[in-house]
Design a protein around this ligand. Structure first.
Ligand SMILES: [Zn+2]
Length: 287
């Protein structure tokens, strides 16, 4: 939200303006409770439709990394336990949802070389949640739908009835046949917030740079879904490199304080191939 007058216009009708941790103005028309509800319901649906990995070593690895990260997420972002599910799918994908939900596809584990790179993915995804990006996207949708009409804003600020918009707003992308990439500003913010989060959790933030370099090398002709919503480019790698000046000290402090008890999540040598196909539209197209 670049134009402050736009923000004031909306503020006149609803309490909707806030600032992200990196200082961006945000318009959020939905309450946290509404977003959490959407996240929880979407996750429930995904668990019904996408096979869940039962491989012990794979689950232990993902839980080890994700649990370490979520322990370092402020309680204000989510009260209570985070639920982490490993989906058995070739998709190179992962996501985090408001309401304390994290999904990691086994496909992405073939890209992440070690615990640090997986932490970079999870940190980035949780970064989208911490910065309320879903709320912003859904709010932008709503505003464009009502064409900024006063009556529209006043009447419909809180009802959510379009599932397509939900899942897109939550960043779930092609799983439900709707792709709406996060904006550059959201990606950039999630990168920074995610790098800080992984470093504070005891993972080496330098791994985020290697990860995105590896991502950008992936199958350029037919990029995986994650890459269609998460463009890897030189700008983002440059920004991540520059931000090491901030995040590396967090990691070193954690390292000194932990006296050798840094996370030691071991990636299994073999990530078993999915046994069953997902019933979700669009997923089978991806290799
Ligand atoms: Zn992202």
């Amino acid at each position: 939200m670049k134009n402050p007058s736009y923000c004031f216009f909306i503020l006149f009708f609803v309490t909707a303006c806030s600032t992200s941790s990196t200082g961006r103005n945000q318009v959020s028309l939905y309450s946290d409770a509404e977003l959490n509800n959407m996240g929880v319901n979407s996750f429930k649906q995904m668990k019904k439709e996408i096979p869940i990995s039962t491989d012990k070593a794979t689950n232990e690895f993902v839980h080890c990394v994700a649990d370490t990260i979520t322990k370092n997420v402020p309680k204000s972002a989510h009260q209570g336990e985070w639920e982490i599910v490993v989906f058995d799918s070739v998709q190179i994908n992962a996501f985090a949802l408001p309401g304390g939900k994290i999904g990691v596809y086994t496909g992405i584990l073939n890209v992440t070389e070690d615990q640090h790179q997986l932490a970079a993915i999870i940190g980035h995804e949780v970064g989208h949640v911490l910065e309320h990006h879903s709320n912003e996207r859904l709010s932008a949708n709503k505003l464009s739908n009502v064409g900024l009409m006063v009556a529209g804003i006043a009447l419909g600020a809180s009802d959510v009835d379009n599932k397509g918009l939900w899942v897109a707003g939550l960043g779930l992308g092609v799983q439900y046949g709707v792709i709406m990439p996060y904006s550059r500003a959201h990606e950039s913010e999630a990168d920074i917030v995610g790098q800080d989060l992984m470093a504070r959790s005891g993972f080496d933030p330098k791994a985020s740079i290697k990860l995105w370099k590896n991502m950008s090398k992936l199958n350029k002709d037919a990029p995986p879904e994650f890459m269609s919503t998460h463009p890897a480019n030189q700008t983002r790698i440059k920004q991540l490199s520059e931000h090491l000046a901030i995040s590396q000290p967090y990691y070193l402090t954690k390292k000194n304080l932990s006296q050798g008890s840094l996370p030691q999540c071991v990636k299994p040598k073999i990530i078993p191939k999915p046994k069953r196909k997902s019933t979700v539209k669009g997923e089978t197209k991806l290799k």
